[in-house]
Design a protein around this ligand. Structure first.
Ligand code: BTN
Length: 240
């Protein structure tokens, strides 16, 4: 059965992930929280997420059984965004491990997946997609893009959000059926990462190697120069 989602729309929030967390703590799930702007949008590793009007700021709250499989939800979200962009435009939107969508080598979307673990577990999948922004702050200017910048057109953010959720729902259906291979296969098909020589920065070490695959935990498999395969669970990657 396809999940149906309930939408909550706000003009301004500190962070849609925070609002989704409050709702999940009250027992709500299968909800989508959307804000026109965020005053404290955050990215991975507590980085700030530029959240001016014109972007899509959205969090999906789900009840989950298996906290081990959480990374699939991040994959699903980035795939849903890249598919929506492909369907709406001629852009070649690709997914970057672990949580981004790129156009060319520029970031158009980032995903921040958080959890609430307890007697009931929840996943909060925060999606930040650049839609109608004309420009970005200096620190991210060269590595960031938006649909407006790429296509010279303005988009209806509400419509895009519902298209993304539609694609998300289809993939989430595979997840619910534990058909994880379908998700990794799709991810591989649209991957910007695989087959490239990359550098991975983890909290305490950097690695250089060839990105050769992802395993059943969605970890990245890196073939090092000495031939060893290094499994990367978390980190930032750069092409070299
Ligand atoms: C990243 O690339 O580091 C992840 C960015 C995630 C940003 C989104 S915007 C909606 C949701 N609310 C937040 O505060 N963050 C996520």
């Amino acid at each position: 059965m396809m999940t149906s989602f309930k939408f909550y729309n706000y003009k301004t929030l500190d962070s849609t992930n925070n609002k989704a967390r409050d709702l999940a703590k009250k027992g709500e799930h299968d909800v989508v929280v959307i804000a026109g702007r965020q005053t404290k949008g955050r990215g991975r590793f507590e980085r700030e997420w530029f959240s001016e009007p014109g972007g899509l700021y959205m969090t999906v709250a789900l009840k989950i059984q298996d906290a081990d499989k959480i990374k699939y939800l991040t994959f699903i979200a980035s795939l849903a965004v890249s598919k929506t962009i492909r369907n709406l435009t001629k852009l070649n939107a690709l997914v970057k491990w672990p949580n981004d969508v790129l156009i060319g080598d520029k970031k158009i979307c980032g995903i921040l997946t958080e959890t609430i673990l307890g007697r009931t577990n929840y996943a909060l999948i925060g999606i930040g997609a650049n839609i109608n922004q004309k420009t970005f702050p200096g620190s991210i200017y060269h590595k960031t893009t938006s649909l407006l910048i790429e296509t010279n057109k303005k988009y209806d953010i509400k419509k895009i959000s519902s298209l993304i959720i539609k694609e998300f729902g289809k993939l989430y259906n595979h997840y619910n059926k534990k058909n994880y291979k379908k998700i990794t296969d799709e991810w591989k098909k649209y991957s910007h990462t695989l087959g490239k020589k990359i550098m991975v920065k983890t909290t305490n070490k950097n690695y250089i190697g060839n990105a050769i695959g992802v395993d059943e935990d969605c970890s990245l498999l890196l073939k090092l120069n000495n031939g060893r395969i290094k499994r990367i669970i978390e980190g930032d990657i750069f092409t070299v």
